[in-house]
Design a protein around this ligand. Sequence first.
Ligand code: GLA
Length: 351
Amino acid sequence: MLKIASPGRVNLIGEHTDYSLGYVMPMAINLYTFLEGEKASLVEIYSENLKSKKSFYLQNLKRENDWSDYIKGIFWILLKHNHNLQGLRGKIYGNLPIGSGLSSSASLELAVLEFLNLKYKLKLSKMEEAILAKEAENEFVGVPCGVMDQMAVTLGKRGYAIFIDTENLYYEYVPFPKLYILIFDTGVRRELANSEYAKRRKIVEKTLNELGMKSSKYAELKNLNKLQELQRRFLGYIIRENQRVVEARDALKNENLQEFGNIITEAHWDLAKNYGVSSPELDFFVKNALKYGALGARLTGAGFGGSAFAIFTEEPSKIGDEILKVYKRIFPHNARYFVVSSSDGVRECVH
Ligand code: GLA
């Protein structure tokens, strides 16, 4: 029996910058998808959280628009790249909330990929795993995501955030100080928002194309003048966000925690006002976390619901309880919070 632990991630800063090949700085967190299983000739898998069982053959991988697509996608991409493998029989479970903007999809994909990598001796590096999982999500599942989530899940390292240049995949571990991270899951699922995500991606790609640039890293404020209103707003946000990722990395390196907090809060309001991906629920959390003394707070992931996080110097469970209580009086959603810390990336679990 092989057991894999695959973390989720919080993106500290660099939101909606990976699909224009800019900078990001995520961190793997100690909420996990676990996969436990054995080799088999077909795929037979049970999700304890969803109470659902799926089985399929490798010869017949069809998208069904449900959770099994992420698993099929991994088999599909490995077969496409001519890897020699068979199936698996097992179960998945864990404490990483599904569809809450904490990369439950990438976490599931990479649990499966790491399982197959070890069981079938595919000899894939962490970087190859991240790229394959992203391709599976883009080409099989049909979500036009960037590479941030997959890299955070594979390359995660306890005690560190990961600064990534998504154009050349250069990455650097940045020590993350002993701060508490309060994650607030608004209880608003973000599936509905996929089309809004794709819309932004399209506009940004078109804009960079018109400017003759491969990556948003090369765009400057002076390039904005000739653009149409929406293009100017979106690219303006991305230019500032790329800059903030570099500044946030340096603030962490210099242990300037209040400055790091200020940068992430500024990023939230820029995302909300100019990129249009926040929501009243996310804004509510950010405002309240700051009121209770957070160094900084912002939405994380694609937005439109999902999760936000705040950083504190003291253990923030009481603050989480307080915010949740008031939130539930205003919003009718099944919200919850987690106090998390950094984690290693996807790996075999030995105990
Ligand atoms: C989702 C995508 C990522 C990234 C974020 C926004 O999490 O999967 O690739 O684009 O949204 O920063």
